[in-house]
Write a protein that binds this ligand. Sequence first.
Ligand code: DAH
Length: 354
Amino acid sequence: MSAEFKDEFPNEAQAKATSVDDLKAQLGEIVVAARAAVAEATSTDALAETKAELLGRSSHLAALRSAIGSFNTDDRPEAGRACNEATDEITTLMDARHNELAQVERTALLQTERADLTEIIGDLTVGHSHIITQTRRTLEDLFVGMGYTVADGPEIDTEWHNFTALNFPLGHPARDMYDTLYVNWGKAMSTMLRTHTSPVQVRTMTSQPPPIAVVAPGRCFRRDTADATHMPVFHQIEGLLIDRNINLGHLAGTIEAFTTAFFGEGFSSRLRPSYFPFTEPSAEFDIQRPDGSWLELGGCGMVHPNVLEACGIDPEEWTGFAFGFGIDRLAMIRYGVDDLRDLWLGDMRFLRQF
Ligand code: DAH
């Protein structure tokens, strides 16, 4: 309440009314003064104070109300009604002003407490997929465009899926080429982190009848020490096509189509004889860069009849080819990265370049 208003009613608690008319006159003045005081309050806190002063126990109005007791009985109802009406009027003014002020205060609070998230996170537009993810998606798109579907398999797999069904019988020396990480589960050496994506070939052939055309990208694991070209966790993409009358020419054509689609028109590919237990014949495939240099990219071959048989497919009726290569290596070639470890460090200064 303003000082001015207080001066107007110096001894509110002692105020007396001599008649109903006098009481009504004083109430009228109180309401007029209240209207000004309420308008003058600029915060809900200030308004609460004004309210106590206008309507509280030691207010002029309260004093007038208690003076009613000294009126004669006939005048009391009218005096009481006049007090109630004045109280209601002031309360209505108060409530309206309170709503106004609360709204202003809420808005101001929202402004000051608004957290500037861009300050915390930085420029929200710079996030993007890791280049291994980008490369995997590009590969998926490319093979889907060639009619393949994307297959998936578990990262922890059985030795049967990872080796035996792929024509590495127990004790086969080629098992030693894979520095396998075994999982302590079931019989010793029965469960492992898959050493390649080739077990997805097995899982696909045992779960759907031919014809089959799938690619299976995913993580693989080997007991390798990290260096510029090796990581114990790495990514491969596997391809498998099974149909009638598939021959090596289909394989070579597929590898060539992939090479130009992924790297560009200036690139070409060749197959070089090699050995894998699960393909016969087997080959490594290399790509030739526009400058004439060759790069070794992956392995491939015609699916070995033993593998088809292990998966319940009749090798007299169906033939097919398979291929597999490292996604990380592709990403390195495509983006000109020379140390594989850089892909794993999570250093934004490096990753932002791609
Ligand atoms: N799984 C082989 C590896 O990790 C790569 C590979 C070679 C996959 C020949 C194939 C293939 O499908 O036909 O070394």
